[in-house]
Structures are given as C-alpha cells and as structure tokens.
Design a protein around this ligand. Sequence first.
Ligand code: SF4
Length: 210
Amino acid sequence: MKYIEVFKSYQGEGPWMGRICWFIRLAGCSKRCPFCDQKEAWKGGKKAKPIELVQMITDQTPYVVITGGEPTEQNLTGLLTLLKQRGYKVQLETNGEKFIEEESLWSDLWMHIDWFDCIVVSPKRDDLDSFHSLFRQDNVYFKFLVKSPDDIYKIFENVSFTQLYKKPAYIQPLDGDPEIAKAILEEDFPPCITKRIILSPQLHKLLGVK
Ligand code: SF4
C-alpha cells in the first residue's frame, strides 16, 4: 500500500470528534479539490504492507482512522482484516465516490462495509442522490464542508438529506473558519434543521496538533 504517515492525535471531526485515535493516512486521490488541505497526499507516498502499517501503531489506543488522500482508491481489505483481527475500532474517512460507482455493489468495499465501525463520508459533489444506498447503512455518517458564508444555504439541503435517515449532519467550516461558524450561528434555521446540526470545527487544528 502507499501511505503518507501513521500518527496518533485527536480526531477533530465527525462522530468520533475528541477521541484519541491512531491515523493511517494513505496516499492518492484523483479528485483534486482546490480547497483540499491534504494536497501532499494526492500522489507519491511510501510503500508498506498492511501488516507493516498495523505495526506502526505502538500503543494500546483502540481507535484507528483510515484517512487520506482518498483511502478507497486502494484496496483496504488486507489492512481492515488485520485491524479487526486485533480488535481495533476502525473509522474510514472518504469522499464516498468509490461506493457509488456503477459496478461498486460487488466490490470488496461493499462486501466489507460492516467491518468498519464508522464511515464518515464528506461528499465532494453537490448532487447527493447517488448516496442514498450508502446512507442507509447504520455505520455511515455525513460531514459537509461549508466553504464560505455564502454557502450556508446548502445546509438546508444537506440536513434534509440526513434527516431522511434520522442522522445528525456534521457541518464543517472550511479550515475551521470562525466567520463561517458565526454565520451558521446567526442564521435563523427552523428547529428541524437546527436540532440536527453538529458543528465539526476541526478540533485538531484549533489545538495546533496534527
Ligand atoms: S477528495 Fe478529499 S483528499 Fe481528495 S482532493 Fe478532495 S478534499 Fe482532498
């Protein structure tokens, strides 16, 4: 596999926010979003076997986050199998694209979807319709980037989508921008929207850790 780094930190985003976790940051992403904060993970990376990545976890912290880049652009089955055999709780951070490709229903990813304890999908497309079969899964959550205060109108659409499945909507201001967080606070959303919003401020960046 190709990876960038393996490190321990606080999970700063999504349903595991605040938890101490090991992060396996895999290399590679073909999406090339202009606002990406992990551009160094787009290509390159060091080579390691799945067992070597697992051996880089050097203490008994039970939570592991597989992130990137876009981790699903590599086959995760070997790594996932080893992590689950060792009893880790595993979270996957993904843009979700590999789950919704035409042929993906028969992929390794779908066959092992229940092995992930938590999958956090941060869509990088506006059309959410393709994500319905993914969001039906109990272990799948959505995190939505808000790139500027002008983007706030999209929160209605995003939260309505998560509401269909009675799940919270993790809303993440780009780069933890406080102006965006304040604009969300000042917006007079109806209660059906407000009660599902969970601000996901990239806690690790606020704390100045990785
Ligand atoms: S999908 Fe994620 S990792 Fe890939 S370019 Fe976009 S923000 Fe970066």
